[in-house]
Design a protein around this ligand. Structure first.
Ligand code: SF4
Length: 150
């Protein structure tokens, strides 16, 4: 049975996340999140297989040239300047965009970024697409945030 409370119900509203009315995000392809300071981009075996298929390479080649072990997990590799090895500096685009890992697909809707309006404001400082463009509903935000634990 469906609850008959509406989002304007004060009790329900107090239980809703601060972004219950949705948020805006549209990537401007500035490349900030794929370049610069070192970081990790977690990648699973399934994602490596998808990347390999997309590139017409073997999984072994993708592992060798584009991934590294980080603790017990596997991350995408970066060049010495911090750029992701899949980032095309000419076009400022991702060369594996349709099969990019979940961590990239779900940015900026990570739980760590959604923690408070303040953390969301911090994201805006590094990602000009955050807070602009496409409307993303609460359901979609929560779906994306649940895909990865960031
Ligand atoms: S920082 Fe934001 S706007 Fe820039 S490429 Fe990354 S997601 Fe897109």
């Amino acid at each position: 049975m469906r609850m008959n409370k509406t989002p304007s119900d004060p009790e329900l509203e107090s239980q809703s996340p601060w972004y219950h009315e949705g948020l805006r995000f549209e990537c401007t392809q500035c490349g900030n999140c794929c370049t610069g300071d070192p970081g990790v981009v977690w990648v699973t075996d399934e994602e490596i297989a998808n990347i390999a298929r997309h590139m017409g390479k073997t999984m072994g080649e993708v592992r060798l040239f584009h991934t590294r072990l980080y603790g017990q997990r596997v991350s995408l590799k970066e060049f010495a300047n911090g750029d992701c090895t899949f980032f095309d500096s000419q076009t400022r685009g991702c060369t594996i965009y349709p099969v990019r890992p979940a961590q990239c697909r779900t940015w900026p809707f990570w739980n760590s970024n959604l923690e408070s309006p303040g953390t969301w404001e911090e994201v805006k400082k590094i990602c000009p697409g955050t807070g602009h463009g496409d409307f993303i509903s609460l359901d979609e935000i929560q779906r994306r945030a649940a895909e990865v634990e960031m």
